[in-house]
Design a protein around this ligand. Structure first.
Ligand code: SAH
Ligand code: SF4
Ligand code: F3S
Length: 467
């Protein structure tokens, strides 16, 4: 199969905008604004994709709702990373039979990573008759055409052919927030970690051109966004597929050179590509948040090899050491998998000792979940689930203590925070290192950087007052 990136042309996007107009005309016949509900699962990539889907929907004349009963169209943007994520989606799509029974004209669309998996698409076709349109991430840019086709013919539309992947610029975007924004800088993944489904459903790595990325960031800063996260499954391999010869560190440096008061974040970094050049760029700019999400996945070299992670424990620890040396006070977070097939108790203990050595600020912990079609799904997996669960509990408890201790160390300090919203406890803010801070104050502070004196903490967050 051809494994090259397709660049979608402006004419192709213009043709999609024409389909938007056609659907818009169909909607106008309703005599009221039809409502769409976009339900997003999974990672920030999916959040960013949903913002583009909302952009298209808005062009088609849809308003938005969070109530599936009121929705004329429900679009479920799914995640395939673990069994649990898939079960949740299937449960919720199953429940939509009721809303559709009450409103037979309701249109149900399913997209995202699950939709790209052939066995899922088959299952939806056969057993989830309420789903009218299904498309994978590769077909996202053609959503208007697919929806129009369903509305014009009444026949179910399934679009999930495998491909290397494409890059489409110029899709309209309706963003969810006014303070924080996502910018996808690349799509797909080439790493094929043996447990992971992402390369199969998102295609190969492909980078957006640096000038369009920088233009988008400039636009966001002008609109008043203060916290901008550059997204990719492996941002550090940005640019490898481009002729421009711009790597991630250089892109980040250019982005930090954009005038304005804002913070840049990025995720996710693969340890193999997290370079000293990148650490130096971070250290040199106040606009780059001093935080680094660096998944280690396992503490044992044998398990790392079986996972195809291509670094070893010593190499990982060395990166962390150099990062801390170069960017003092950097907040480091990570992902880890417990119970990879064949991981022994002794090997799990190496994961425990790694978290002691590094003392992450926060850790995202997952129990291994077999994914159809990945190499690890075929590996012998003798450890009983109860033992994996026990290990998982132990890891979570120990990390909670570490996070709590790390948070307690903030007490008495005054830190610059960005106030980003409000929840039931009051204003919410984020430190440069992305630690959550609760404080009291007026809504007028939302979107502003303010000094906050930290007065309390727990394992999840900090508490403070305006200083
Ligand atoms: N591209 C990112 C991760 C994306 S997935 C990276 O490489 O760091 C987010 C996390 O989900 C991964 O870091 C991994 O810890 C976890 N994960 C992925 N596949 C999994 C599986 N099959 N079972 C359990 N956890 C998994
Ligand atoms: Fe999955 Fe590995 Fe790619 Fe991350 S780097 S998306 S874990 S294959
Ligand atoms: Fe899930 Fe796809 Fe993201 S599988 S984690 S939504 S890339």
């Amino acid at each position: 199969m051809k494994r090259e990136t397709t660049r979608i042309t402006p004419e192709q996007i213009a043709a999609q905008m024409d389909y938007c107009m056609k659907v818009h005309a169909m909607n106008a016949a309703l005599g009221r604004t039809p409502l769409a509900m976009v339900d997003t699962y999974g990672c920030q990539q999916n959040e960013a994709d949903s913002e583009r889907l909302r952009g298209y929907l808005s062009e088609m004349g849809y308003g938005f709702t969070d109530d599936e009963h009121a929705a004329d169209l429900v679009l479920v943007n799914t995640c395939a990373i673990r069994e649990h994520a898939e079960q949740r989606v299937l449960g919720n799509v199953g429940a939509l039979t009721h809303t559709k029974r009450a409103n037979p004209n309701q249109i149900i669309c399913l997209c995202g990573c699950m939709a790209q998996e052939p066995h899922v698409a088959q299952k939806i076709k056969a057993s989830y008759r309420q789903v009218d349109v299904l498309f994978g991430p590769h077909a996202l840019w053609r959503f208007p055409e697919l929806l129009w086709r369903f509305r014009a013919t009444g026949k179910r539309v399934f679009e999930n052919t495998d491909e290397a992947g494409s890059i489409a610029e110029g899709i309209p975007v309706v963003r969810q927030g006014t303070v924080k924004a996502w910018v996808s800088i690349m799509y797909g993944c080439n790493n094929f970690c043996t447990y992971c489904i992402v390369p199969y459903v998102r295609g190969r790595e492909r980078s957006r051109r640096p000038e369009v990325v920088l233009e988008e960031i400039r636009g966001l800063v002008e609109e008043g966004y203060k916290d901008i996260t550059l997204l990719g499954q492996n941002v550090n391999s940005y640019g490898k597929d481009l002729e421009e010869g711009v790597n991630f560190a250089q892109l980040l440096k250019k982005a930090a050179g954009i005038p304005g008061d804002f913070l840049l974040r990025f995720m996710t970094s693969h340890p193999k590509d997290a370079s000293q050049e990148l650490f130096d760029v971070m250290a040199a700019s106040e606009k780059i948040a001093p935080c680094f999400h660096l998944p280690f996945q396992a503490g044992s070299d044998r398990v790392l090899r079986a996972m195809n992670r291509v670094y070893d424990r010593a190499g990982y620890l060395d990166k962390v050491r150099r990062l801390r040396e170069t960017v003092p006070g950097v907040v480091i977070t990570s992902d880890v998998i417990v119970g990879f097939p064949g991981e022994t108790q002794a090997e799990f203990e190496e994961t425990m000792s790694l978290i002691e050595e590094v003392r992450f600020d926060a850790l995202f912990t997952f129990i291994y979940s077999p994914r159809v079609g990945t190499p690890a799904a075929g590996m012998p997996d003798p450890m009983p689930r109860e033992e994996k669960l026990k290990n998982f509990q132990r890891l979570v408890e120990r990390q909670d203590q570490i996070s709590e201790e790390k948070h307690a160390a903030y007490i008495g300090k005054t830190v610059r925070c960005l106030v980003d919203g409000r929840d039931e406890k009051g204003l919410t803010a984020r430190t440069g290192g992305n630690r959550l801070v609760h404080l009291e104050g007026e809504d007028a502070f939302i979107g502003r950087f303010v000094p906050v004196r930290i007065t309390g903490s727990n394992k999840w967050s900090l508490f403070g007052e305006l200083a």
